[in-house]
Design a protein around this ligand. Structure first.
Ligand SMILES: [Zn+2]
Length: 361
């Protein structure tokens, strides 16, 4: 939770769109909110008035996980919110289930194309075929190598083999690529693609300078900090640095930019939030670095330092990924070294050069 949330401005206050309803947040841009059956209990989706190839209709951005409840809510929107016009295009900011889940269903139903980054399209395809991570043997081995030893937890991760396909049963056969700097015409206005890394393979946010509106996806959230995890498929990655570099790409946007996040409420105060996120991660990095002076840390140890509350298994897998991300950020800058212990667990300790420096504090 963001302790400095009051420094952000929520222009719509506590008003939320009711299920099956939409709320206009900028000219031609409508807010849809759908429930999620997780701790993170909702996602925001966006409906933009559009005209493509001479046809009037709508572009949707993000789709919710595939399940009966979300499809029923979409049906209500189709019959009450589209002014009798079709959905012409489905944009997905990134491949995570809450964004991608209904994409194939929407594209098929409306004969509409999917627009997404090539990286996320391909990872989503692999994940629906269970050829990517999020569970199974590789995932369990990754968590074990980062210090998760509880056999029961490891058995559950090993057994979690249908995680992604259960929420994203299929992906459209074709897609149209979005990449950094592309300008997409939506409803007669230009929207610029801004790529972001560290949260998803190649997340695309969209900014409209005419409206001063940023559809930030998961790359800029007002209340919670975006999950930034090392995953088993790319076990030596540095996603925290990628994330911090990516949010700096929003810094040139105007001060009065209205940010439309995937979770939480539309807000102003983008630059304040960029600073808050840098501060937040800098503090977590400092805590981890300090703890490493006492004894070498596994990812599991670092999780206990960063997340001080009790976590269920689902939260633990996210929190472990995030803890390893903090260790790796310090490892990449040379502040930590790593070595595997006798049990095969990576342990990160103060780098020799740092340890021999005289302490000034
Ligand atoms: Zn996401």
């Amino acid at each position: 939770m963001n302790a400095l949330e009051q420094r952000l401005d929520y222009p719509f206050g506590d008003t939320l769109p009711a299920p099956g309803d939409t709320l206009e947040v900028a000219p031609g841009v409508r807010w849809i909110r759908m429930a999620l059956p997780f701790q993170l209990d909702h996602i925001n989706l966006w409906l933009l008035r559009d005209r493509i190839d001479g046809r009037d209709g709508w572009t949707v951005i993000d789709t919710c996980i595939s399940r009966d409840e979300s499809k029923a809510q979409w049906e209500t929107i189709f019959s009450t919110q589209l002014a009798g016009l079709p959905i012409l295009r489905v944009i997905v900011t990134h491949m995570h289930p809450d964004h991608m889940g209904n994409a194939a269903w929407l594209c098929e139903r409306w004969n509409a194309p999917l627009w997404i980054s090539a990286t996320d399209y391909n990872v989503a395809r692999l994940a629906t075929l269970n050829m990517s991570a999020f569970g199974g043997e590789h995932s369990a081995n990754f968590f074990a190598a980062n210090g998760l030893v509880d056999p029961d937890s490891l058995a559950k991760i090993r057994a979690r083999v249908n995680y992604y396909p259960s929420m994203v049963p299929s992906v459209p056969d074709t897609f149209r690529r979005m990449q950094d700097g592309d300008v997409i015409r939506i409803g007669g206005r230009d929207w610029r693609c801004i790529s972001g890394y560290g949260h998803a393979p190649e997340h695309i946010a969209l900014y409209c300078d005419e409206l001063h509106v940023l559809v930030s996806g998961d790359m800029m959230l007002p209340r919670i900090s975006t999950n930034v995890s090392v995953h088993d498929i790319e076990p030596e990655s540095n996603p925290l640095q990628q994330f911090l570099d990516s949010i700096d790409k929003f810094a040139p946007l105007p001060a009065d930019t209205l940010t439309l996040p995937s979770h939480g409420k539309p807000f102003r105060g983008l630059h304040e939030r960029i600073t808050q996120l840098h501060d937040h991660h800098r503090d977590r990095l400092a805590e981890v670095l300090q703890a490493s002076a006492t004894s070498p840390l596994s990812g599991f140890d670092a999780m206990g330092i960063i997340f001080k509350r009790a976590l269920d298994l689902h939260q633990t897998t996210f929190a472990m990924g995030e803890a390893v991300a903090h260790l790796h950020a310090l490892w990449f800058t040379g502040q930590l070294d790593r070595a595997k212990d006798a049990a095969g667990v990576w342990r990160f300790s103060r780098a020799a050069a740092t340890a021999t420096q005289p302490s000034s504090t």
